[in-house]
Design a protein around this ligand. Structure first.
Ligand SMILES: [Fe+2]
Ligand SMILES: [Fe+2]
Length: 200
């Protein structure tokens, strides 16, 4: 096993921790943007993503202290992080791409390095988090595509059931009502059905 202090795995864990914290922050910003535009249910979905990222950050942080001791001194890292602004629709697409690269290249690579260095537990963690990032990518792609196509609250065929997340009203129709007939909240309160099969 490579000495943790000299390992690449230590640096990769610190990089991943920084990335997760920043992603968590960006999702919180995005969740607020969605809320301002009255996409209330979407805002809650994005807030859940932020929560997930902080849970990943915690696991990476704890791996550093578990292997490096309770007081690990400053870890120098060299990494790039995105700082972008834009419309909600653009941010959904950009974040889906970030999730894609974490899931498909960065974390699998970090997992391989951790395994080579003898840190099987860290390798397993990177692989498990990669799987979650893949599911995040699917959610973001669906939200992006449906927002773009105007189908967030439309049925693809015939009529469907739409549920208001505020008052629980089940509405049957070709699309969710512009305003909930019971609680009068805007359409954005209606649930979005996440299908999770948009990317393989
Ligand atoms: Fe994450
Ligand atoms: Fe994610």
């Amino acid at each position: 096993m490579v000495d943790f202090q000299k390992s690449k795995t230590k640096e990769n864990l610190a990089r991943a921790f920084a990335a997760e914290c920043q992603e968590g922050a960006r999702y919180q910003f995005m969740s607020k943007t969605a809320m301002q535009q009255q996409y209330v249910y979407m805002s809650a979905l994005i807030r859940t993503l932020a929560h997930n990222e902080m849970a990943h950050a915690k696991q990476f942080f704890e791996k550093i202290t578990e292997h490096g001791g309770k007081d690990v001194q400053n870890i120098e890292i060299c990494a790039g992080y995105p700082f972008r602004s834009g419309e909600l629709i653009e941010l959904l697409e950009l974040e889906s791409k970030n999730e894609h690269s974490s899931a498909e290249s960065i974390y699998p690579e970090f997992a391989d390095i951790a395994k080579e260095e003898g840190y099987d537990d860290v390798a397993k963690l990177f692989n498990m988090v990669a799987d979650v990032e893949k599911s995040h990518e699917k959610i973001l792609i669906q939200l992006h595509d449906e927002l773009k196509n105007g189908t967030l609250y439309k049925c693809c065929e015939g009529e469907g059931c739409f549920k208001c997340d505020e008052c629980g009203t089940i509405y049957t129709g070709k699309s969710a009502p512009k305003e909930c007939p019971l609680c009068h909240q805007p359409q954005g309160y209606y649930r979005i059905n996440i299908t999770m099969n948009r990317v393989k």
